[in-house]
Design a protein. Structure first.
Length: 534
């Protein structure tokens, strides 16, 4: 309230409309009342009240627009266009917020943050949002379920949700996130496997080898890559990082090979015909094979699925690659290497124990956190082709109680992020899990498959595939449905997709994507298309 702040002069206060006009003139760019409301809602500037009208301080606006966040908004809008909805940037969030509770049970390329789902399906999240699309008790559909973000947020907000995914492993991840678990049994199995793995390692010479290697690396890096001096010199181009790093990597190689010989360490597996053989050093593969044998002994199928996800997350972090190439594999490494990410010589992994223990603890903690938030609603991801799957029939065989709800209420709408054209190989990104657990792959059913490229034929096939999904989905939707699809539509395909599906685009929300995992950090946006029946 105005009386709460004696330091704010009344002439410094502007109404939201006045502030938008002032900011437009100040920045020489269009600033809408919604932009000002966003700054208030997310604490960028304070809301003052006088005679019932919301006001903001001109001084606080000046401070914001000269800050890092303000400059980024201005610069990105200049590059992406003034129609960017900055409220959907979620720039006020920390990483811990966007990966809260079960959302980080397992890495997954191409997923959207939970806050984006929540913004559109939660009727209370934004007091400035003009429309309410869904309410508690409604049923949502995500026909490209991925890692299950929509399912989790629907549960948290008291809504039912059906997911469909052609990938068996994706469905496993999504269902693990929203299922009720026997945490005592999970803990028991984790302890059993951890104890057995430590006993197994005691019989090998790998732990002693790795300890000696770490000691040698510590001495070497302190000598040749002292922190922060080395980084200081690299930033000022006093050192040619690429040449110096490669020279020192080669210099350390003799020490590395001496230790490998002394402890009789077999580095590579025999042959590299499959993913597990190519991307894991022999000591790691030994441990993986040992642990998978223990996982297969678990009697409770539900507990076994959770442990499978923990193991999958573990071995993903233990691939024989550099730290910089973990997200996009380039070439396997079997020796110590100069790591540009850390500015020193690093080593490949020789054991899964550390990551197994870390991810075991983390998984249980995340399941416990979500348990406190979950609502008594139904969510389930079925494995199938969204272009033709019969949702009701599948649910009747897998979740009969939920099937009855869907039949009686029908599905209120869709929130989904379809695959992009030729961008991600959704099966191959988890190839290790498919091989390890024997899941059936259906790469040929992927829409927009990476190996088909982004040419005209691939784009036409993609548009038809997404249209077919929407046409099939309409069989199960309520008459007044809303469909939200998140896409970077650089080929302008979604107007065609909407028309083919018997739908119309009623609104578009262009959002800046601030925290991408790719190395290219250039300004980037995606669009949320709102479709309804024609």
């Amino acid at each position: 309230m105005l009386k709460e702040s004696k330091t704010v002069e009344s002439q410094d206060l502007l109404t939201i409309l006045e502030a938008s006009k002032w900011a437009t003139d100040h920045l020489k760019k269009n600033v809408t009342p919604s932009n000002i409301s966003y700054l208030i809602q997310y604490g960028r500037v304070k809301k003052y009240s006088n005679d019932g009208a919301a006001k903001v301080s001109k001084k606080e606006l000046i401070n914001y627009y000269s800050s890092f966040f303000g400059k980024r908004e201005i610069n990105w809008k200049a590059e992406l266009g003034q129609d960017v909805n900055w409220a959907l940037s979620f720039d006020y969030l920390k990483e811990a917020d966007t990966t809260k509770h079960v959302h980080r049970l397992h890495p997954y390329k191409g997923k959207f943050i939970p806050q984006l789902v929540q913004y559109f399906i939660d009727s209370h999240i934004d007091e400035f949002k003009k429309e309410i699309y869904f309410k508690p008790g409604d049923i949502l559909l995500d026909p490209f379920c991925g890692s299950g973000t929509t399912l989790v947020q629907a549960n948290e907000l008291g809504m039912h949700a059906v997911g469909i995914d052609v990938s068996a492993f994706n469905a496993l991840i999504g269902n693990i996130k929203i299922e009720k678990h026997n945490l005592i049994d999970i803990q028991k199995e984790i302890l059993r496997i951890t104890k057995s793995l430590k006993t197994f390692l005691d019989s090998l010479n790998v732990p002693e080898f790795e300890q000696k290697l770490l000691e040698a690396l510590y001495r070497f890096n302190n000598t040749y890559f002292p922190s922060p001096e080395f980084r200081y010199k690299v930033q000022r181009k006093l050192i040619n990082e690429e040449k110096y790093g490669k020279d020192k990597e080669n210099e350390f190689l003799s020490t590395y090979l001496e230790l490998v010989t002394k402890y009789k360490i077999q580095l590579r597996q025999n042959g590299d015909k499959n993913f597990l053989a190519k991307w894991y050093l022999y000591p790691v593969r030994q441990e993986v094979d040992f642990v998978i044998g223990l996982v297969n002994q678990i009697e409770d199928p539900a507990t076994k699925r959770v442990i499978q996800v923990i193991l999958s997350r573990t071995i993903r972090s233990c691939r024989a690659t550099t730290h910089a190439d973990l997200g996009t594999l380039v070439e396997p490494v079997s020796a110590a290497y100069y790591c540009a990410k850390h500015g020193k010589v690093c080593k490949p992994l020789f054991s899964i124990l550390g990551w197994w223990e870390r991810y075991s603890r983390d998984t249980v903690e995340r399941l416990v956190k979500f348990d406190k938030l979950r609502t008594r609603t139904h969510q389930h991801c079925i494995v199938g082709d969204s272009r033709n799957v019969d949702i009701i029939t599948k649910l009747e065989s897998e979740q009969p109680e939920f099937a009855e709800i869907v039949k009686s209420k029908r599905i209120k709408g869709i929130f989904s992020s379809p695959p992009y054209v030729g961008l991600i190989d959704y099966h191959e990104q988890h190839a290790y899990a498919y091989e390890l657990f024997g899941f059936h792959r259906q790469d040929d059913l992927e829409i927009g498959a990476m190996n088909k490229g982004q040419g005209k034929e691939a784009r036409d096939s993609y548009a038809k595939g997404i249209s077919d999904v929407l046409i099939n989905s309409k069989k199960f939707l309520a008459d007044d449905y809303s469909v939200f699809l998140v896409a970077n539509d650089k080929y302008d395909l979604y107007p065609v997709i909407a028309a083919r599906s018997g739908m119309k685009i009623v609104n578009q929300f262009k959002r800046p994507v601030l925290n991408r995992t790719e190395r290219d950090k250039a300004a980037y946006s995606e669009t949320i298309f709102h479709l309804k029946a024609k």
